[in-house]
Design a protein around this ligand. Sequence first.
Ligand code: ADP
Length: 542
Amino acid sequence: MQGLMMQQPLLVSSLLTHAERHHGEREIVSRRIEGDIHRYSFTELARRSRRMANALSSLGIDRGDRVATLAWNGYRHLELYFAVSGSGAVLHTLNPRLHVDQLAYIIENAADRVVFFDITFLPIIEEVAKRATGPTVFVAMTTRAHMPATHQLPVSLLCYEDLMDSHSDGFTWPLLNENDACSLCYTSGTTGLPKGVLYSHRSTVLHTLSAALPDALNCSARDTILPVVPMFHVNAWGLPYIACMVGAKMVFPGPSLDGRSLYELIEAEQVTLSAAVPTVLQGLLAHADEHQASFSSMRRTVVGGAPCPTAMTATFQDRYGVDVLHAWGMTELSPLGTVCSFKSHQLGLPVEQRNAIQAKQGRALFGIDMKIVDASGNELPWDGRSTGDLHVSGHWVSREYFRGENSARLRNGWFPTGDVAKIDPDGFMQITDRSKDVIKSGGEWISSIDIENVATLHPDVLGAVCIAASHPKWDERPLLLVVKVPGSSVSSDELLAHFDGKVAKWWKPDAVVFIDSIPLGATGKVLKNTLRDQFRNYYVGD
Ligand code: ADP
């Protein structure tokens, strides 16, 4: 027997129409490229998104066409999120930190027809346009007054606000198939060529619903959300959609992601929830520390994209009263898979034990299932000790890549994440390594992440990376690369002694090498490959 309920497709545009009708007055605040602060309401966002939808159709954009953006977090970017996806085209967010050759490859692979970009990115766009034929229109996301005086683009350059001004807001969001694509994001390409992950309206709306829940990102109409995490990478972890769904005020930092700029914005706009990768939050904490500042409104921050060091959790929570929500995700997962929020029986635990739980990436959201498997694909127990390859499945997990690249990736219906993890009896998953980053010493695995966590607890350590270095006897041994706090004279022996009693003896790195800085990739992740290439033969000698 069929149920007798209305059938409405789950569409990205519904998030905006809901925000307009029920939270029209809520503010969206953006620090602009032009340097000033811009603010308007959800009502304005909805009106301008409809105008931009009309502009897109005047540019000849049809359903399914790819429209690219190369932009910071801001209201114009948000308008494109809805104008493009809402009208049935596919929003392709480009990561400006990628090399121009990679950007050109991605634009060609996606067959982008139009590229919208923030004016700061004109030099990148000019380089890309030399390499990628395909886009027929470029649009600078600015006003006429700020348009570049000259440019070297082979095709026409339009002005965003001119396009906006020349169209009406009379537009009805089409009733699309919920399984149609709404947006496209390429993986960061640390292994091989970037691959396109094509999200559907349905997967995006389901991700939004689940990610906003109290045990996930815990978002409500009383929140002011600062997505520091870029809108060009996995849709800023879904926060712009979530804010529309729950009616939260949104604050966009534009290009200023340094600690001071973020702190000032957080205080001025009374942000309650922020979200960023650990490296960016390190800058915020350093600023707060240096100025003996406090957070008057911020109650929690999402930390993800890389392991959240225990020292960071402790500092945020114990010193500043800001709860850390450690989250794990991937581009292929839209991105959220797990969030670390306590179960009720953990609340009364001593602070050290709670901080240790928060070093884990957390429990699976409803809509995602996970398991760990051994090399033969057998499922391993959730005993908090067994480590294996992490596989996931769910409503917002990619089935195959755009254009079928690597389409045979699923294993019996499960997506192999490339992460190595353990899961405890409470269902808390902890990443111990990426499969390509593991350290295998005498046939046993050592968790590079655990080693890094212990290292960063040392007050003289600004940053630490643990890599596998070849070893004549053990095959591989951990080598610790450390960036010291400026002015520190700590020795490698002192740092090694710091590990005594904190990790198993054979996990202790054999040596410490001091480096000036840690190389980061396009999404703020440590480029372990680069460091491995440089230091692989440290123990064997060249
Ligand atoms: P995202 O930017 O959402 O992290 P990417 O696809 O660029 O997405 O990278 C995903 C990978 O990043 C994961 O497979 C994992 O290796 C790593 N990662 C993400 N979040 C965490 C986390 N909290 N702890 C450890 N590693 C993480």
